[in-house]
Design a protein around this ligand. Sequence first.
Ligand SMILES: Nc1ncnc2c1ncn2[C@@H]1O[C@H](COP(=O)(O)OP(=O)(O)OP(=O)(O)O)[C@@H](O)[C@H]1O
Length: 266
Amino acid sequence: MTVTPAVKAPPRTPIPATGPGTVPALSISGLRTSFGDRTVLHDVDLDVHAGEVVGILGSNGSGKSTMLRCVVGLTPVDAGTITVTGGPKEGHVSKASMVFQQIHLVGRRSVLDNVCAGALGRLSLRQSWSTLAFGRELREEAMGCLDRVGLADRAHDRADRLSGGQQQRVAIARALCQRAPVLLADEPVSALDPASAVTVMELLQSLASDGIAVAAVLHQPDLARRHCHRIVGLEQGRITFSCAAFDLDDDTVTALYKPAPLDGSL
Ligand SMILES: Nc1ncnc2c1ncn2[C@@H]1O[C@H](COP(=O)(O)OP(=O)(O)OP(=O)(O)O)[C@@H](O)[C@H]1O
């Protein structure tokens, strides 16, 4: 008798080269950050290589978003270095782009305008003064980004006419239009239904196979196992493990999410 496994084994996608001699696209070393007198990241080290999807797991308040926000300069750092390697050399270009759970598209503008806005950091002041000034070349590039996320046919719709999952893909297209070699995603699928979540995770995997380094904060360990190459765990501002996604065992996940005592003692 043949027994069909209840759960399909996760695909064992090849792990990109991460050994000696390979330069990570994102390298975080000794990162420390505080809010007031409370340190929320303690000497965090993390490398993410081109072609790799790294999932970041951790309980609420462990510092996941803060870590990503430090990389893009939204949160100041107390100590440590953050290096992003690769990407375009010319112009003023953010070297890491970020997508958020709250998608922040301009709902009344077209999908295409929203994607063009990803390039604002590298346009001249005059070009960025009005979205009407988005040139033909940029609009073509933005169409390419939309095509990459499978939404070229919705380019001229108002952004708020799209579903949540489609809007998240537009946000990813906008990040692509930034031409950054590193894509950070902070809970990109938390607001999405299971099928849309898988679509977005597959998209992140596919962008990684194009050579982008992807780091994604996730609250779904199984999704992380299925779609990431590597998973790191963050606990109270410290990385407590880093392993190949298919090596992440249930005990490690359970320990990561153990409930914190209500009296705050730990
Ligand atoms: N701007 C801020 N001012 C003060 N404290 C902050 C600020 N931003 C974050 N923190 C604190 O830093 C800690 C880490 O927050 P962070 O948002 O990084 O956690 P997280 O792991 O992303 O949590 P979640 O899973 O709930 O999104 C928390 O204790 C939070 O209260």
